[in-house]
Design a protein around this ligand. Structure first.
Ligand SMILES: *Cc1c(COP(=O)(O)O)cnc(C)c1O
Length: 353
């Protein structure tokens, strides 16, 4: 069909999501989904929306959800933008805020959607290498920058950046939008949200997919100065006026209102993560310090590709990239205690073989 494609379509190199295969008994530790269900209150709210009102369009501004998120984070509704998953929010940020004369900067090892969006929106991007311990060095960002985007904690490493470093980035680039993608922040990093009050160039992007166990509902949001939110809204209303369905808006509100469930599930996952890291260390793995719901780990004597393939044969899926610097690493989602135990047992068996 390529003769019918636009020129732009020919130039794209789309993001490849982690696979979602239908294998019986599969232990799926490849896409950082939560092993614990969503809040029962969120599920009830979603179910309650399966009724006659589905014939009506949802609130295009998601007014109630934005109000709830604003109150939760100590901000105003004018500071809140919501979208159909944070990937969509990020896409709107690229279109609305990240294209300038100077290049967009992001780490060489980072969320692989950033180069994809750069291409889609014709944004010149420059990658800044992480240091040898896979840390972001903010001093390396002291160069011409049209904008900056980075995840905190970083993906797929799980390594967190201290707030003082984000403060430095913001101060070094007062006239460039700085986007902090906090997809995993609830699992142990510090949020940059308090700096929104003093920095009009900061946009913080969040998702309900990881810490709120609602990847299937597709809800993400951004927080920032009202001028940044207005830019995102202009792009959204030039693209899709109704990105969030009625069930999505209702479920997201109920999730935010169930703080007890949220905190309990975070505690479970971070406790399982600590045990998983211990188990991996006992097997000789070297694991980066994780502030996320996954670990990034390598074994000095076994190739990443071989380990991933051997796990797959045992119906355990993890994620790996054939990419410079990280090819020997496995990114393993923190599952349930039981899944972690089975993963460690499988690795022990593979290492002995
Ligand atoms: C998972 C993830 C997202 C996107 O999540 P959505 O499901 O689209 O909300 C964004 N950024 C990073 C770094 C992620 O890992």
């Amino acid at each position: 069909m390529s003769r019918l494609w636009s020129d732009l379509t020919h130039t794209l190199s789309p993001y490849v999501p982690g696979e979602q295969p239908q294998i019986a008994g599969l232990i799926k530790l490849n896409t950082n989904e939560s092993p614990l269900g969503p809040s029962p209150k969120a599920l009830a709210a979603v179910a309650a929306e399966a009724r006659d009102t589905l014939r009506l369009y949802p609130d295009p501004q998601a007014t109630a959800l934005r109000r709830v998120l604003a109150a939760y984070h100590g901000l105003e509704s004018a500071n809140v933008f919501v979208g159909n998953g944070s990937d969509e929010v990020l896409a709107h940020a690229f279109a609305a805020l990240l294209k300038h004369e100077a290049p967009l900067l992001f780490p060489d090892i980072s969320y692989s959607f950033y180069p994809v969006y750069s291409r889609l929106f014709g944004i010149e991007a420059e990658t800044i290498p992480l240091d040898d311990a896979f840390n972001i060095r903010v001093a390396d960002y002291r160069r011409a920058a049209g904008a900056i985007i980075l995840p905190n904690p970083n993906a797929p490493t799980g390594v967190a950046l201290p707030l003082a470093d984000i403060e430095t980035l913001l101060a070094d680039h007062p006239n460039a939008p700085v986007v902090i993608d906090e997809a995993y922040v609830d699992f142990g990093a510090q949020t940059a949200i308090p700096m929104i009050a003093t920095h009009d160039n900061l946009l913080v992007v969040r998702t309900f997919s990881k810490s709120r166990a609602l990847a299937g509902l597709r809800v993400g949001y951004a927080l920032g100065h009202p001028d940044l939110i207005a830019a995102l809204t202009r792009v959204k209303d030039s693209f899709n006026s109704y990105p969030l369905s009625r069930p999505a808006q209702a479920g997201a509100i109920a999730s935010v209102q169930d703080e007890g469930y949220f905190q309990a599930t975070l505690a479970t996952i971070t406790a399982t993560r600590a045990k998983l890291v211990e188990g991996l260390t006992a097997l000789g793995f070297e694991t980066l310090p994780s502030s996320a719901n996954f670990v990034f780990t390598r074994h000095p004597d076994h190739s990443g590709a071989a380990l991933a393939a051997a796990l797959r044969e045992r119906a355990i899926l993890v994620r790996r990239w054939d990419a410079p610097r990280i090819g020997e690493y496995l990114r393993i989602t923190v599952g349930t205690e039981e899944q972690s135990g089975r993963l460690l047992a499988a690795l022990a068996e593979i290492l002995c073989a």
